[in-house]
Structures are given as C-alpha cells and as structure tokens.
Ligand binder design. Structure first.
Ligand code: FMN
Length: 417
C-alpha cells in the first residue's frame, strides 16, 4: 500500500516531499507554518495579503498608521478613489516579510509567496508588479499566483533578473483557465513551473460559481493532465481542495498529480496564525456550519463558517487604513452596499449589511472564518481536553501524518511516526 512518502515532487533535479501547505491570508499561513513545511522537505507558503499590516505586527513598523494619517480626512467621504498605496512602502513591507522568513529557512524544502490578483489596491498592475518584484528581490523561492486569471502577471515580471530562475506557478480551477493563461503568455516563452488545480472543496475564495457542488477535483485534474499530455507540456500538476488524509493525497499522486496542496488540516496547527479561540470554532464546526456565500466583495464565492462574525456586520469601510480591495477606480462592492444601507437608515446607530462584508478589516481581525469543506472533520484529528476544548497540533505532526499515513488513518497527537 502506497504512502505519500513513496512519491517525490521534482523541480529540475531537485526533489521534494510532495506536500505543499497552501497560502492562507491574512497571515493565517504564518512564516512559522511555512517554515515547518520547508524544514520537513515540502513547500510552504506565506501570503502577501495585507502585507503592510502583517509587517506592522511582525516588525513593529507603522505602515498602516502612516497611511491612515495621510487619508484620515477622507473617512466620511464615500468616494475612496484618492486612496493610493505608497509603492515604496509596499515594497519595503513585502521585503521585510519575505526576507525575515527566508533568513529563518532550514531544511531542503521551499518557501513560496501566495499573491492574490484580486487584491487590486486601487492600482492593480503597479501594485502587483511591486509585490511580486519585491518578493523576488527578497529571495523568495517562488510565487504562486491566485484569485484571478493572471493573464498579464508573468509579463509584469519579464524584466526581473529572477524571472527565469524563481519558481512561478498559477492556481486554476478549470482546464479552460489554464489554456487561456498559456495562450496569453506564449510570447514570453516562460511556462509556469507548476499548476495548482484547486477544486470546489477548498477554503478561501473559490474559482467556481455558486454551482460549485457540481464540480469534482478528480475530473478537473484528469482534464488538465490530459491537456498537458496532448500539448506535450511537462508541467507538474498539484491537486488542492478537500484532500484530508494521506490516502486522499495518494489517490491524486497515482493518477497524474505531482503533489498536493493542503490547508484546512493546518488551520488548527500551533503555528497557524488564527487566534486560539477561532481554532476552537474550526474544531467544533459540524458539516451544516460550513457555507459558501457571496459576501466577499471580490465577486468570488467564499467558503466560511456560518457563525462568522463578518457576516452582516455593517462597519464603516476602512479603506483609509487598508483598501486592499479597491478596484482600479477606487470602488469596492462593500462600499456600495454600506452606502446603500446608510442612505436607507440614516439615523441608525448600527447598520447591518448582509450582502457584502468589509473583507480587509474582518480578515485582518480574524473575524472572517474562511475554511475548507472538510473543516467539520478536524475534530477527528485531535483529542478533546478536560475543559471541553480540543488540543491543537504541531504542524510537523500534521505534515508527517499526510506523509506516512495509510488506509485513511489519522494519527492523533502524540503518535510517533
Ligand atoms: C483559512 C484558509 C484561508 C485561505 N486563504 C487563501 C488565500 O489567501 N489565497 C489562496 O490562494 N488560497 C487560500 N486558501 C486556499 C488554500 O491555499 C488551499 O489551496 C485549499 O484550501 C486546499 O484545500 P484544503 O483546505 O481542503 O486542504 C485558503 C484556505 C483556508 C482553509
């Protein structure tokens, strides 16, 4: 019977344990978590979502405070178009986050940064270019492009000295998205080093509509693998979304995937950035508590716990401090929804906005409990303590469980591998 450890992910002549821990913004996939994956011979992701805020917390910088100071006069203005990111500050925050992580790296694995295209920051191209270039300057091993089609993203890096040596990958949810990407980037003569195929059971934003339940990861992977074979493109395919046990992973590895990307199991790791209290919410969740809705202003459906505090919270938009989701014209679907409610209830002390949420503020405060579909099974991966709470696990334990488990067994904390 095969185990994940019987397989290796190959990049050129280097080999890795075929387990990637997916990027989870905002700082849910911390440097500590990513570093564990690398130490154990796999691949970890940090995320550059709201990186100025992450830098402030990690290094005591003042990026968010300084931006707020600059735009405080605009707080009561519903037009947020004047709010711009200082590209120098963005580069500096990214550099700090990535450099400190890379300096702590031990072991044979790699650290990638997850870059979401949907963080449009009121200047989509310029900000994405700075984010990616600064991450490469700071020595990151690779960049995973997510939450978008990324048709022009490789082009933004074409002049960077590391364009051909760093690992660059994309996340897609259909063979069509991959075809489109490859067609648009053909002139660059630079293929992605890996393609992560994320199915409908993943956490965070979904690359599907509200009909996500009609899709199936194994089918999409088979289409992608077949397409790449026909085109004679040797790009490693990495399966993601709902892979809960080592045996789940093996089933993808034997059918053409080069590795798996996993995240939900690690949301209850000691190294994961979610507050302790929120990890317990993930442990306690039952299947009915996991929903997919459209409250994210990005326009993508998002999976989260039903009791997520962000749902319905009608807080004032906080773009003067954050503003990561401002589109190229200074708009955000939450601002529109909030202004609509404000116009309808001008005298209300507190507003409720049900259709959209202020994702920047709520992700920053860990009040948007996004999660994968398998979250309700987390309770089976741990032990209940005397006070009724669940024991969190080390990232090493979860990683090794994926690597060595057979027969869909899950090793409880304390098990030796
Ligand atoms: C809490 C959480 C946050 C996530 N945030 C992001 C993100 O910021 N960017 C991204 O590309 N994917 C994000 N994802 C998706 C994961 O990186 C990963 O591809 C997916 O969840 C794997 O499926 P699994 O959670 O069932 O193992 C997130 C997933 C979770 C559980």
């Amino acid at each position: 019977m095969k185990r994940v450890d019987d397989f290796r992910l190959k990049f050129g002549n280097r080999e890795f344990v075929p387990i990637m821990i997916g990027g989870m913004g905002v700082d849910i996939s911390t440097a500590e978590l990513a570093l564990e994956a690398a130490r154990l011979g796999g691949i970890g992701h940090i995320s550059d979502a709201m990186v100025t805020d992450v830098s402030d917390r990690r290094f005591d910088t003042k990026f968010v405070k300084n931006k707020l100071k600059l735009y405080r006069h605009n707080i009561d203005n519903s037009d947020k178009s004047i709010i711009k990111f200082d590209l120098g500050a963005l580069a500096e925050a990214t550099r700090r986050h990535v450099e400190a992580t890379m300096q702590s790296k031990r072991g044979e694995g790699l650290i990638f940064v997850n870059c979401m295209e949907k963080l449009t920051m009121n200047a989509p191209r310029e900000t994405l270019q700075v984010r990616m270039a600064s991450a490469l300057d700071a020595g990151v091993d690779g960049i995973t492009l997510s939450a978008g089609l990324h048709l022009g993203s490789f082009g933004l890096l074409a002049e960077h000295p590391r364009f051909r040596d760093a690992k660059l990958g994309i996340i897609v949810s259909s063979v069509r998205a991959l075809q489109l990407f490859l067609r648009k980037n053909a002139r660059l003569n630079r293929l992605p080093d890996y393609v992560i195929v994320e199915g409908p059971l993943a956490g965070g934003h979904l690359g599907f509509g509200t009909d996500w339940a009609q899709y199936d990861l194994a089918t999409i992977i088979a289409e992608v693998v077949q397409y790449l074979r026909t085109e004679q493109l040797a790009i490693p395919v990495i399966a993601a979304g709902g892979i809960f046990t080592g045996s789940d992973a093996v089933s993808f590895l034997v059918s053409g995937s080069a590795a798996v990307q996993v995240a939900t199991r690690f949301t209850v790791a000691n190294e994961c950035g979610l507050p302790k209290k929120v990890k317990q919410e993930y442990f306690k969740a039952s299947e009915e508590d996991i929903i997919v809705n459209t409250v994210s202003p990005t326009g993508y459906p998002m999976r989260m716990l039903r009791n997520t505090p962000a749902i319905g919270a009608g807080i004032r938009p906080n773009c003067e401090a954050y503003g990561y989701l401002l589109d190229g014209n200074g708009g955000c679907a939450y601002i529109s929804a909030y202004n609509r409610e404000l116009a309808l209830h001008p005298d209300a002390k507190t507003l409720s906005v049900l259709d959209k949420t202020c994702l920047c503020t709520h992700m920053r405060n860990f009040n948007c409990w996004t999660c994968g579909q398998t979250t309700y099974r987390l309770k089976d991966t741990s032990r209940r303590l005397e006070d009724g709470s669940y024991e969190t696990l080390s990232a090493e334990h979860i990683f090794r469980d994926y690597q060595f488990s057979i027969d869909h067994k899950i090793a409880l904390p304390g098990t030796a591998f």
